[in-house]
Design a protein around this ligand. Structure first.
Ligand SMILES: Nc1ncnc2c1ncn2[C@@H]1O[C@H](COP(=O)(O)OP(=O)(O)O)[C@@H](O)[C@H]1O
Ligand SMILES: [Mg+2]
Length: 236
């Protein structure tokens, strides 16, 4: 027994494709404590998205265990997975995934609308989340009227509405220039300081080195190096 927020032990995940089996995760073990700011770095095809799908309760492993805040994820039904995912995890994606016809605040409110929260409460929660990402003054803009960095901030605000303990970001700066990437990482850092556990998945060393802890994934296996900043030669 341990009291990690996330405890993954010996996780294996394979895909079969046209009679062939690809093992995307090879006995991966990873413990993450509450309040950590972790980056998972690896090249294309290394298993990052597969691991993200596991951590995010979007899919289940073939074998191994996953305990999230004391709950045994690998035994859950699809409905149980959806419930734990909605409660515990805010997702941030590379391409923002905003609905183009909805304003910033309407995009942020959407998960609350689906959850059946009343209009006035929705508005106040969404405004508070837009404020956290410094974008309240753009609440009524459409995504097309916002820069890429501003759109990502709207997406982060949307991830925050259920106040999830964990924020899981898959290449959150992959569509942004380096200056805007830094701004987004600064927002993510602030959220970590406010108590959210952050997991950023990236192939970009500059992004990974902004996290407090970095693990590497290579051919479906995890590696962790103590303390020091990573160098490009150790990853590719
Ligand atoms: N649905 C799938 N069916 C078959 N193979 C897959 C599937 N998803 C991923 N893979 C394979 O698993 C490996 C890891 O993929 P992925 O987790 O997407 O890596 P990354 O996100 O690091 O690029 C790759 O070899 C990929 O081709
Ligand atoms: Mg991927």
């Amino acid at each position: 027994m341990n009291d990690s927020l996330i405890s993954i032990e010996n996780m294996v995940k394979s895909y079969s494709l046209g009679g062939e089996t690809v093992t995307a995760l090879h006995r991966v073990s990873l413990q993450i404590d509450s309040g950590e700011f972790l980056a998972i770095i690896g090249p294309s095809g290394s298993g990052k998205s597969t691991l993200m799908n596991m951590i995010g309760c979007l899919d289940k492993p073939d074998s191994g265990s996953y305990i999230l805040e004391g709950q045994i994820v690998e035994k859950m039904t699809d409905n149980q997975l959806a419930a734990i995912r909605n409660k515990k995890i805010g997702f941030i994606f590379q391409n923002f995934n905003l609905l183009p016809k909805l304003s910033a605040i309407q995009n942020v409110e959407l998960p609350l609308l689906y959850a059946g929260i009343h209009h006035s409460e929705r508005k106040s929660i969404a405004e508070n989340c837009l404020k956290k990402v410094g974008l309240l003054d753009r609440a009524n803009h459409l995504p097309s009227q916002l820069s890429g960095g501003q759109q990502q901030r709207v997406a982060i605000a949307r991830a925050l509405v259920s106040n999830p303990p964990i924020l899981l970001a898959d290449e959150p700066t992959g569509a942004l220039d380096s200056k805007t990437s830094k701004e987004i990482m600064d927002v993510i850092k602030q959220l970590n300081e406010q108590g959210h556990t952050i997991i950023v998945i990236t192939h970009d060393l500059n992004i990974a080195n902004q996290a407090k802890r970095v693990v590497q994934i290579k051919d479906g296996k995890l590696y962790e190096k103590g303390g020091k900043e990573l160098e490009i030669s150790s990853i590719y």
